[in-house]
Design a protein around this ligand. Structure first.
Ligand code: ZN
Length: 415
């Protein structure tokens, strides 16, 4: 969207806060030179934990993994491993309060993932059952479901794997349900801020409860164009003072912050977009997977809204730097939509782009140059993207991508 903040301003005002959640939806709260806390060192992935499935009657791959873990020798590690173990509680009637049924399972489910099966012993529960020892991670989605400190009311758990295959059952668990401290919120300061009326009103309120703001962050470029990012600031205004950058502006301190700030390294990407759209391809090629992901995100946020090019065209994908799936998303974005172009930044989004409406109308032809790079790197296995625990799972392979192109009616020529 276009905004009126295109005056010659020093320092440049680069971040626009828009309230899209309350009353006057879409109201600009203010624009600022910087937001301390918008970029931060990413949290390290959680350490693996020890879990016990008590009174376990294993089935399928879990049974095989337990046998492999007990085998005296051989390739034990490779076989005694499972991508995921879902714990699906078997509730009595009535189900506990807050429980929501899904097609498979309910909202009380927990997921262990990247699970190493260490071994088993006869269960304290008897009945020929075993207690299975695991080492893995609990999948935590802070915005949807924080794991409770106590197990749900249940007679036991049905166990299943990532593709819903049955893994048997257990009666209870050790190590899954306990207090897990919430991550410490990083303090946020709006630096060099020019508040608009809704924010000024909020700042004048006496009670902290009434000074809560929730706003999406838009990146404003040198030409005054604002691109909405997915970053949401949720915080209470604590105080304000004349800015250290410019006495005509304010530094506004907040309590609260961002669920997931940009990683520090992404500053460079947003500095580049501030100056204008990238003019060359492959400026992302030197980045690691995490920053390539941020590159594709910035491409999404800045994408121009314009009609698709007509069907029947040929696009060239420079495959030289497709050494990971994030590199593929960057490369296919530039193949279809030019330097800084976007054409998906995860598998679902890519699938969506293939259906049209994202730059290229079907059918089209794609010439994939230096396809051998992706052939060597996008291979089957278990993938741990460094930036997003929820996408830990089966790796996206080159064959997966070629299958998706084929189903979308895109002819791919590998060079
Ligand atoms: Zn439930």
């Amino acid at each position: 969207m276009e905004h009126p903040w295109t005056w010659d301003q020093d320092p440049p005002l680069r971040w626009l806060l828009v309230d899209e959640y309350t009353g006057d939806t879409g109201a600009a709260l203010g624009v600022c030179a910087g937001i301390d806390g918008l970029f931060a060192e990413p949290e390290p992935p959680p350490e693996p934990e020890r879990f016990t499935l008590v009174g376990c009657d294993p089935a399928g791959p879990l049974r095989e993994a337990l046998q492999a873990a007990s085998a005296p020798s051989g390739d034990v590690q490779a076989r005694a491993w499972l991508p995921a173990v879902m714990l699906d509680p078997v509730h009595s009637d009535p189900v506990p309060g807050g429980c929501q049924r899904y097609d498979v399972g309910c909202s009380c489910m927990e997921e262990l993932f990247d699970v190493e099966v260490l071994g088993h012993r006869p269960s304290i529960a008897g009945d020929g059952l075993v207690d299975a020892e695991l080492r893995g991670r609990l999948r935590i989605l802070p915005e949807m479901h924080w794991p409770p400190a106590h197990p749900p009311e249940a007679r036991g758990f049905l166990l299943h794997g990532q593709g819903n295959e049955p893994l048997g059952s257990c009666r209870s668990t050790i190590g899954v349900f306990h207090d897990r401290p919430f991550p410490v919120e990083q303090p946020v300061t709006l630096v060099g801020c020019r508040p608009e009326e809704p924010l000024l009103t909020l700042m004048r309120r006496r009670s902290a409860r009434n000074r809560h703001l929730q706003a999406t962050v838009h990146a404003v470029d040198a030409a005054g164009r604002a691109a909405r990012t997915y970053k949401v600031l949720s915080a209470v205004v604590i105080g304000s003072a004349p800015s250290r950058l410019d006495a005509g502006l304010l530094d506004i301190t907040l309590h609260g912050g961002f669920d997931e700030p940009f990683p520090d390294g992404a500053r460079e990407i947003y500095d580049l977009w501030y100056a204008g759209r990238p003019s060359r391809r492959n400026l992302w090629a030197g980045y690691d997977r995490g920053l390539r992901h941020e590159w594709a995100g910035a491409a999404l946020f800045h994408r121009p809204h314009q009609p698709d090019r007509p069907p029947g065209l040929t696009y060239d994908l420079d495959g030289r730097f497709v050494t990971d799936i994030e590199g593929f998303y960057c490369a296919v974005g530039e193949a279809v939509n030019g330097p800084g172009g976007y054409f998906g930044w995860n598998l679902d989004a890519f699938d969506d782009c293939l259906r049209g409406g994202w730059g290229a109308a079907r059918p089209f032809r794609l010439v994939w140059h230096h396809a051998e790079v992706a052939r060597d790197h996008l291979v089957p296995g278990y993938d741990r993207p460094p930036y997003d625990l929820r996408s830990w799972g089966p790796a996206v392979t080159m064959d997966d991508l070629l299958g998706m192109f084929a189903r979308a009616g895109v002819t791919v020529q590998l060079r």
